[in-house]
Design a protein around this ligand. Sequence first.
Ligand SMILES: [Zn+2]
Length: 460
Amino acid sequence: MIITNANVITWEKPNRIIEDQAIYIEGGRIKEIGAGDELIQRYPDDERINAHSQYVMPGSICAHTHFYGAYSRGLNIPGAPAENFTEILEKLWWPLDKSLSREAVRFSALVCLLDAIQHGTTTLVDHHASPNAIPNSLDEIAAAVDSAGIRASLCYEVTDRNGAAGARAGIDENIRFINLIKSGSDSDGRLSAMFGLHASLTLSEETLDACREATPEDVGFHIHVAEDVADEEDCLEKYHTWVVDRLSHHDLLGPKSLVVHAVHIDELETQILKDTHTWVTHQPRSNMNNGVGLPKVEAMLESGIKVCLGNDGFSNGMWDEWKACYLAHKLVNHDPRRMPASTIAQMAIYNNAGLAKMLFPKISLGAITPGAEADLIFVDYQPFTPVTADNLPWHIVFGFQDSMVTGTMVAGKVLMKDRQVLSLDEEKINYAARQLAPGVWKKFNKSFHKRSRRDTDDGG
Ligand SMILES: [Zn+2]
């Protein structure tokens, strides 16, 4: 296949923007980038896609998301609004994840995948929870990812909040799926597995040990860390140590592990993350929404920690996350010099590509260069000022819109063309998901009120 008339943003390091180029793709990989007539002359029988002078760039990568959260959209949470992070978990996410059947898990994933294809995100790192449908839940998501045609790393969130049997089932689901991926039955290498953990505040010593013991050495952990100060306070009170220290003590950190948020870690914890070469991912929209504060991302990056960018279940276009990131750190620090767009590019482009390389070691993602996977997007951006490799990050923050993505391709397969999703039936999926919503919300209300009654009983 040859893509012609493309303004190519390579996102190599250093980045290059090359106008009026053609990209020759073979076996799902980029083979050559060069002049259109030359490539057409050499491969005259190949299928051609005319980019019509749109930007063609690598698909976005999302370092942390929750496909399971889609049914929160428009959900009415009864009673008084959640006052703090712990209440957000108790009043929203925990009753919601309990309301998901296997079918709802599938459709929750499918609507997120549709959103990702439409807005140019081609690889996502998911963290799943469905306590009333644990066994094989990752297969439901894997099947959705397979049909969507994109790439994803999956894991199940182990927690003690649903009792010992729930924790055990979560461990088993992770290990079952890790073994499945290791056995090679993984949708042409588009799936990857991590071991999922909720957060220190819902994990006992015994469960952490059991998780470590069950997990092969070459598989990393994906866990929320110090998202709110409550996680650190809980850890200090119960275990007389800090969250990162605790995880390090249980041997859960390292170059394959991914720590999510790290808002409230201190300097020593930062040092441990650096020394263990643990990945960290930043989700500014989620941090703002939960009112938990912002992590010291720039200091972490400066110290050498590989900080990535995720969406934590927010809309799956990553440029919205760039924009939130750009603004949030300036506001919170009362300093317009903070978080330049080039720093966001370091996280969202280069570090996310590094994370993807760790998760998909056999392939190269995140750049348009010979040998890399043809995971590409077409962007209809008509700039009225020059776009250069240097100023591109600021064009993304101030000019790009996720809705400017008109085409999406993964491994050379066209998933969306001229804004028409080809791999999934958008109308059918949205219809079926909508049909399921009232049932999910009904269960949510039941679960919510059961929780309130229990709280009242405990309180009395
Ligand atoms: Zn999360």
